[in-house]
Design a protein around this ligand. Sequence first.
Ligand code: SAM
Length: 188
Amino acid sequence: MASSDFALFMGQLFRKPHQVVALAPSSAGLCAEMVAELDPDGGPVIELGAGTGNITRAILDAGIAPENCHSIEMNPEFCDHLRDRFPGLNVYQMSAGECGDLPVENVQAIISGLPLLSMPTQLQRDILTGFTQKVAPGGQYVQFTYGPKPSVTKAVRDELNLSWRRSGKIWWNMPPARVYRFSHGEHV
Ligand SMILES: C[S@@+](CC[C@H](N)C(=O)[O-])C[C@H]1O[C@@H](n2cnc3c(N)ncnc32)[C@H](O)[C@@H]1O
């Protein structure tokens, strides 16, 4: 990660701590786990809370073409940075709660760097409802978390019939994290 990316991240963390909600950008190990099940031929991907683009970089390195990656980020400084860093990437400056409105269908996965568990339940519901609208059969909502509980609150999991599995702990991250993969209906 370039030192200018790190400086941008820390500057925005200082100005907007309630939006960024992380001590540091995601590590290489966490990014690798987030994209581990992407298929280069599996269709488009939506990314939520792209920040300075560490997970975006991993999505593209997994073989997803920039025009097949749709990255939502609400912070305008991060959006400008993403457009400079990744020519051809679809960058949307908007709330992740509106992901159901994106002009893309049948996505293979939504990869989320959002601080989801610190968000209000209604916003979580809007985001995961968007997932159920946009995802292809068998597709995943991929979300890391630092704590011991699943990274989508139980009320929303139950309402939307979401099943999940989780990775081992990724220690080489600040703080250590796990990746949860949620599916809609019977697929996990
Ligand atoms: C923990 S940082 C993750 C950044 C990057 N994906 C990473 O893993 O290093 C969370 C990001 O989500 C963005 N964010 C927070 N709430 C959001 C919302 N409602 N809609 C879109 N982006 C949001 C923040 O601006 C921030 O860039």
